[in-house]
Design a protein. Sequence first.
Length: 113
Amino acid sequence: MENCLFCKIIAGDIPSAKVYEDENTFAFRDIAPQAPTHVLVVPKKHVSSVAACDELDDQTLAACLKACKKVSELEGLTNGFRVVSNCGEDGCQSVPHLHFHVLGGRKLTDSMA
Ligand code: AMP
C-alpha cells in the first residue's frame, strides 16, 4: 500500500534489520526496542490492524502467529516471551499495518496495560 511504512520495509524501499521472512510474513527488529529482543512480525499483505484481520486469508493470519513462534526460536527465547498487537487509538497503535511485537530476552513486567 502506498505511503505505508511497513509496506515500504517489506518491499525493501526502507532498510530494516530482517530476522525472518516467508511467503506470507516478514519480521524485523523494532527501531526502538523495549526488550533485548523486540521484533515486529507483519503480514506482507497490507491490512491496518487486528480490527481488519478478516481482510486477510486464514492461512496468512495463521502464518503471522507461526512466524512469531519461529522468531522466538531464532532469538533463543526458550524461557518465554510476549506477543502484543496494538490496535487503534486506545490500543496506542502508531503504524497502521497489522503487526505483532515479539518481546523477550528478560523477565517482562506483569503489567499488560
Ligand atoms: P505500534 O505502536 O504498536 O503501532 O508499533 C509500531 C512500532 O514500529 C513501534 O514500536 C516503533 O518503534 C516501530 N517502528 C517505527 N518505525 C520503524 C522502522 N523504520 N523500523 C523498525 N521499527 C519501526
